[in-house]
Design a protein around this ligand. Structure first.
Ligand code: ADP
Ligand code: MG
Ligand code: MG
Length: 248
């Protein structure tokens, strides 16, 4: 499903991704772990098409489609979703309006009819209940004044409503207490399926007790330095990233 080959990317005059190769087949959940500054968030921004990131070599395909030639909104319409490490606040735009606008823009780009307001509200209510969010929160401007944990739930709620095919979670566990972690993980796990894949970026093994990955990769100095099964995450928790940082 997602195929990255020898990806090189820079911000300004600094090369951050230095030949990253990765395959995530349909239906699989892969974890990316790595030290701070390794390029994990940069990878998620490069994939979703955030401005300011220059790709200097390599390729990125989703279902055989060249992602790098598409605009950010076209990538979203193809089913790519990023849950931000630091979710954006959007003053003046109620969360519900924001999500419904994004959903209908994506449906339009795919040639699908708009979702009606009553259908959307019904689904939004059900998702909010699952994530133990007060529905009235969705009427407030997106993320403005939300706590860290509330923002992360809001990300997962958006993800559930947009039902993307490929999801990138960038440090969704940061700022969550154990109860919130469980609720958010349940929400993520509910989205797993044979046609969907996920890249779960995390600094800590803890999240992977809740969202069990098929594969674990170490990202160090802009490349995949090692890959393995879930046991690799446990090894990293025990031994840290030093040996990969040195090797890189
Ligand atoms: P991670 O998410 O793995 O902690 P990032 O992808 O956020 O790492 O950052 C990788 C490196 O790129 C860091 O050294 C960071 O300082 C640098 N970097 C990220 N964004 C920018 C930017 N806009 N300008 C300059 N350097 C940046
Ligand atoms: Mg970081
Ligand atoms: Mg990061």
């Amino acid at each position: 499903m997602l195929s990255l080959r020898n990806l090189h990317a820079r911000v300004g005059d600094r090369e951050i991704l230095k030949g990253l190769t990765l395959e995530v087949p349909a239906g699989e959940v892969h974890a990316i772990m790595g030290p701070n500054g390794a390029g994990k968030s940069t990878l998620s921004y490069v994939l979703t098409g955030r401005p300011g990131y220059e790709i200097t070599d390599g390729s990125a395909e989703l279902d055989g489609v060249d992602l790098l030639s598409l605009e950010a909104d076209e990538r979203a319409a193809k089913g790519l979703f990023l849950s931000f490490q630091y979710p954006l606040e959007i003053p003046g735009v109620p969360a519900l309006t924001f999500i419904r606008t994004a959903l209908n823009a994506q449906r339009k780009a795919r040639g699908e009819p708009e979702m009606s307001a009553p259908d959307f509200l019904k689904r939004a209510r059900a998702c909010a209940t699952d994530l133990k969010m007060d529905f009235d929160m969705l009427k407030r401007p997106l993320n403005v004044g939300f706590s860290g944990g509330e923002k992360k739930r809001m990300e997962i709620l958006q993800m559930a409503l947009l039902s993307p095919r490929f999801m990138i979670l960038d440090e969704t566990d940061s700022g969550l207490d154990i109860d919130a972690l469980r609720i958010v993980s349940d929400g993520v796990n509910a989205l797993r399926g044979p046609d969907r894949s996920m890249l779960v970026i995390t600094h800590y093994q803890r999240l992977l007790d809740y969202i069990r990955p098929d594969r674990v990769h170490v990202l160090a100095d802009g490349r995949i330095a090692a890959s393995g099964g879930p046991e690799l995450a446990l090894e990293l928790e025990r031994e840290g990233y030093d040996k990969y940082a040195r090797a890189a």
